[in-house]
Design a protein around this ligand. Structure first.
Ligand code: ADP
Ligand code: ZN
Ligand code: ZN
Length: 839
């Protein structure tokens, strides 16, 4: 790939370039070259949206990715039809980032564009029909039938009509053949009309009409007129209470929001009467969806430890782009971020703070909002599309020089980033699994920062081994904080032996005596308790006690998960669901029981054990709606819940002072999953959950229930000896060729026919084996789940040497191989999914 940044990157005047490569939203892995017509030359800029003809009859909108003077070799290029904007909405740095992402993650640049641009800004198109200007009814050699005549008649009256219009005109649904015939007779043109989807928010406002607002006598007359009409009088009085019309006429200009005016139950029809009588007038304005807020608080003063860490970070930045801040839970990393963000903003650059998905709805955002007010944009994945467009536009216009957001906020149109901070950088949810681009936001953000010549700060109490490895090698700067802020101390751990308690008959509803005692002690002191159950690799299901039957998904090779609340069984892969049967479908027995133990079950057990405690539960089920998560947290924060049971969600950055006990219901479940990262993940997860306990004066107590308390991972977590743990794990990773010593890629082959899928996967395997780079190709093996949504899956794992250009060579060859395989008729409908750095 040539550099995008030749001499002609910023245009705005005729650059002398004759061709432009356009990124189009089509599933073909490249850009397309078009001719730049002379009359458009001065308007062509990288990042501008343009209209081009694609194929014979389609008009598409795309984004200019590159301009140059090389005519395409394989085809005759068509001219660009129009430039849609004067100021490009995508800047050259973004395009450079997209190109990098498409290459690194082996996907199409059109897919990156699709992920990057909020759909409200994307152009969608609608087919429209126009008269062909070259068509001459008298001269035409083709006769038209009566339906075709009708369409032409309509077109002679208006310039363009839609498909729907045609249906109405003819009163039939199948208009396609008629239109096709008209196109063949060269009578009409069908083209795609560009529509903008973003809709600004419009507010109706009310104000006194000019005559009355400028004339006291007139206003008095109005009051006289509404005497005995209390409803109208009430509206008038309320308006005048808020708006001193004579002292501040400019306030009357702005008026008040209609909804607010009628908020206290005033009648809309009375307002209408007032408007009809020329007293009030109503008008519309475009307003921000994201409200203005003033900062209300100065940032906190850093402690000596925090200040030292801050200074160290800055010293590292003199020679390094990236710094890893390894600070124990509760060490006050957020306050350090705040100081850094301030500094970068004061210097005139932009800042991006990335947070894991779920953490965004919580405390940290309101903490930041208090300091930064509405200079800070929030980019949430639950935002509506219109809200996203407003954040996008806010970054473009300079309203937001600081954004805190989820992984997709790396695509916002920043043009001068000074720093990207990635909080909880070890979080697996930074990786996008589906759809492409399957990027890791931490790695992509580091690249983005490099393009901006900005700094990157990775923050975590339990760094990912990749990042720690880089720090260890001296590639990243490394700063450590080993103490909590203030008087808070690290929590105390207790291992509770499930098997031993069972033997001694001390187990009650799956809880050990230790667990019960610690919870009771906390409740006695009005302190709060968090109970954690790992979601991964586990779901409750229904089983027949007599024959062993379990419910299976009809489209996937997985058991259905039992949802007590809805009394149904659901597939977590495809959403298929059915009601729990009354009796076993296999043997007719009515002895159906719930297997496994979920958060629901734990909640139930605990309410039996502690009937006086107020319970709460936080999992996928209870947080499905937009505010579910926030509401539970608010209740917990307000002390309305004593024991909160939850999955991974309760571990993310929560800072509640009254939590003194954290219980890990089943520690073994965290240790056991078959993955080279299992040790790393277990260490992170236990430490993070435990880190919610005892964040103020009272020391936290962490109870881990286990059948196997001698497992030495527990010992390492309890000692908090991250470095020793890292060293041992690295020994294995090196020996067995795993990251960070190699680069991993996973390729999944998918087809609805088992045989085709298998054959395609083997064909791919043979081809990949021939690529001449240092590598190991494993597989193909049946996917861990062999069938999903009726597609059979095979997986290949590739381990690439990290040296030289191994990766580039392999990826380039792979692209050719896949193109080649796809062109074979037998494999035409096979799907290949490439995942770079799978996790
Ligand atoms: P971390 O992100 O490292 O887990 P936090 O930033 O959440 O830690 O800090 C833990 C607690 O200590 C928070 O309640 C925070 O408000 C408080 N805190 C941290 N630093 C300071 C400071 N310099 N001044 C006052 N309070 C602080
Ligand atoms: Zn399914
Ligand atoms: Zn049965």
């Amino acid at each position: 790939m040539e550099s995008l940044f030749g001499d002609h990157e910023f245009l705005g005047k005729d650059s002398g370039n004759n061709f432009a490569d356009i990124i189009l939203p089509v599933p073909i892995p490249r850009m397309f070259t078009y001719k730049i017509p002379t009359n458009l030359k001065s308007q062509i800029q990288i990042g501008s949206r343009v209209m081009v003809q694609f194929g014979k009859k389609k008009v598409l909108t795309g984004i200019i990715g590159k301009v140059h003077n090389k005519p395409p070799q394989a085809y005759e290029s068509k001219p660009i039809l129009d430039v849609l904007e004067i100021e490009p909405s995508v800047n050259p740095l973004q395009i450079r980032f997209w190109v990098w992402m498409a290459e690194y993650y082996c996907c199409h640049i059109g897919e990156v564009m699709h992920a990057a641009v909020p759909s409200g800004l994307r152009l969608s198109s609608e087919s429209k029909i126009q008269l062909n200007p070259n068509f001459d009814r008298e001269e035409s050699k083709y006769p038209l039938d009566f339906r075709e005549e009708k369409i032409l008649e309509a077109l002679e009256k208006t310039e363009e009509i839609s498909y729907e219009d045609c249906e109405k005109i003819l009163g039939v649904k199948t208009i396609h053949p008629i239109l096709k015939s008209l196109v063949a007779k060269e009578a009409i043109l069908v083209y795609e009309k560009v529509l903008e989807k973003y809709t600004p928010k419009v507010e109706t406002r009310i104000r006194l009409t000019g005559e009355i607002a400028s004339n006291k006598t007139a206003l008095e007359a109005v009051f006289a007129g509404v005497q005995g009409k209390p409803k109208q009088e009430s509206i008038l009085l309320k308006y005048l209470r808020d708006i001193p019309v004579f002292q501040k006429p400019q306030l009357n200009e702005k008026g008040v929001d209609k909804a607010t005016l009628l908020e206290e139950g005033d009648s809309e029809s009375s307002l209408k009467t007032l408007i009809k009588n020329g007293i009030f007038e109503s008008f519309k304005v475009v307003v921000n969806r994201l409200p203005e807020e003033e900062p209300e608080k100065e940032p906190a003063q850093l402690s000596t430890t925090q200040q030292a860490a801050f200074d160290e970070i800055k010293t590292h930045y003199e020679s390094k782009q990236t710094v890893l801040l390894h600070g124990v839970t509760g060490s006050g990393k957020t306050e350090i971020y705040i100081q850094l963000i301030r500094e970068v903003m004061d210097s005139g650059s932009q800042v991006l703070l990335l947070l894991p998905e779920i953490a965004l709805t919580t405390q940290i955002v309101s903490r930041l909002k208090k300091v930064f007010g509405s200079q800070m944009g929030v980019y949430h994945s639950k935002y509506s599309d219109n809200e996203r467009v407003e954040v996008w536009n806010g970054v473009l216009s300079g309203r937001f020089s600081f954004v805190v957001g989820v992984r997709s906020s790396i695509f916002l149109p920043f043009d001068s980033l000074g720093m990207i901070i990635i909080d909880e950088e070890h979080e697996p949810s930074y990786k996008q699994f589906d759809p492409a681009p399957r990027f890791h936001a931490r790695d992509a953000a580091t690249m983005l920062a490099y393009f901006h010549q900005a700094k990157t700060l990775l923050g975590s109490a339990t760094p990912s081994f990749e990042s720690f490895f880089n720090a260890n090698q001296g590639k990243y700067g490394y700063v450590e904080i080993t103490h909590r802020f203030g008087y808070a101390t690290m929590p105390q751990y207790h291992l509770a032996d499930l098997a031993a308690d069972r033997k001694k008959n001390l187990l009650k509803l799956d809880s050990t005596r230790m667990m019960r005692e610690k919870i009771q002690a906390a409740l006695d002191k009005q302190e709060q308790v968090l109970i954690f159950q790992n979601r991964r690799g586990y779901s409750p299901y229904i089983q027949c006690e007599d024959c062993g039957w379990t419910g299976q998904c009809v489209q996937c090779d997985v058991s259905l998960t039992y949802h007590q609340f809805a009394e149904e069984m659901r597939c977590h892969y495809c959403g298929y669901k059915e009601k729990v049967p009354q009796s076993c479908p296999a043997c007719g027995s009515t002895q159906l029981t719930t297997m496994g133990m979920g958060t629901e079950r734990i909640e139930e057990s605990l309410s039996l054990l502690f009937p006086e405690a107020r319970m709460g539960r936080m999992d996928l089920d209870t947080t499905r709606n937009k505010y579910g998560y926030q509401r539970l947290l608010d209740e917990f924060g307000a002390g309305q819940i004593d024991i909160l049971v939850g999955t991974q969600m309760i571990t993310k950055g929560l800072d509640f002072g009254k939590v003194t006990v954290v219980g890990i219901w089943d520690g073994d479940r965290i240790l056991n999953f078959p993955d080279f990262r299992s040790g790393e993940r277990a260490y992170q997860q236990i430490t993070q959950v435990a880190g919610r306990a005892g964040r103020r004066e009272v020391q936290g107590q962490v109870i881990i229930q286990s059948r196997n308390p001698d497992n030495d991972l527990y010992e390492k977590v309890i000692k908090g000896d991250y470095f020793e743990f890292f060293r041992q794990e690295m020994f294995d990773r090196k020996k067995f060729y795993y990251p960070p010593y190699v680069k991993l890629m996973k390729i999944t082959t998918r087809h609805s026919d088992f045989k085709v899928s298998e054959k395609a996967a083997h064909a791919l395997h043979r081809e990949m084996a021939n690529i001449a780079v240092k590598k190991i190709v494993l597989g193909p093996e049946k996917g861990i789940i062999a069938r999903i949504k009726n597609q059979f899956q095979f997986e290949s794992l590739i381990k690439l040497d990290r040296s030289g250009n191994t990766q580039t060579v392999f990826k380039d060859s792979l692209a050719k191989i896949l193109e080649d395989l796809h062109s074979r008729p037998e494999f035409r409908s096979v799907r290949w999914i490439v995942d770079v750095d799978p996790s």
